[in-house]
Design a protein around this ligand. Sequence first.
Ligand code: ASP
Length: 355
Amino acid sequence: MNYKIVNIRTTASVDPVDSILIIYTGGTFGMAYDDSGSLAPFNFGRVIDRVPELRGLELKLTVISFPEPRDSSNINYQDWQDMAYIIYENYSQYDGFVILHGTDTMSYSASALSYMLKGLNKPVILTGAQIPIGSIRSDARENLITALEIASAKNGNVPMVNEVCIYFNYFLLRGNRSQKIRSSTFAAFQSQNYPYLAESGIEIEYRQNYMAPHDPSAKLKLVKNFDDNVAILKIFPSINKATVESFFKIKGLRGVILETYGSGNTMNFDWFLKILEGAVKKGIIIYNVSQCSGGEVIQGRYETSKRLDDIGIISGGDITTEAAVSKLMFLLGNEKNEASIKRKLAIPLNGEMDN
Ligand code: ASP
């Protein structure tokens, strides 16, 4: 890939000690209205001009821009691989990493990166904006400047943050626990099943108890394969047999997120359970994730989820759909056999679900 690299000249009197790499992928953050009146991403060189405050930071800042910044609706696993590879290649040269990303799929990317960057011991902070940087009321400036501050924060020589996070609208969230829940207010993200990691007010208050600890012995390893032969089946009252049957006939299908009600319940009609059973027997892996963003799947709590365990469906516990679908693609891409995929789906890979 042909990245554009820009070094930002700051006005710091002495050479700054801490260095941050910003990876610009696109998103509303750097968008402007095109001739037809739609928002489209523009070049990061122009973004820097819009945030003159960056030049006043006591940080060495480098920006790597995707050659074609894009709306995050068009991001796929190849882009996750590019982001992870840039971090991996530049890991020793920077104290932290900030990824500028569209909000629509930011939680998916954060989840994927949390699995790919094994042994991560530095901050990787994703952020973006609801209003483009060029607009007067934009939230982009605050989000970027505080994300940079968090990515460079240290306790002595040790980074405060040692994991992949989303910083947005004054809160730092664990990336693989986050979800975009609002499209029209600044408070776009939440993490229902895991406490926030920091709050930015006059000071940034970190909640160390909830954060991944620094591990001085860890070495970064990049695990990068994905298999996109997965699909999500969201059940609803009256979903019919023909729909479910044809869903499981998708060519090449290897893994399914079954989005169930409440604590993991499905209709227990015979025809439905038989289709699920047949799919599992054929080797399709089914991962049970709740449609509720708070709480967890407990297979067997109700009669309507009791059979799922017997059929061999794996409970996703309190995982989000965003973290689950990227986890399923990641495990299908990297694990050798069905048994190890199933075993790893049931436990946290990197804090995305409770033990
Ligand atoms: N559609 C945009 C994107 O995800 C929305 C945003 O950035 O807020 O790229």
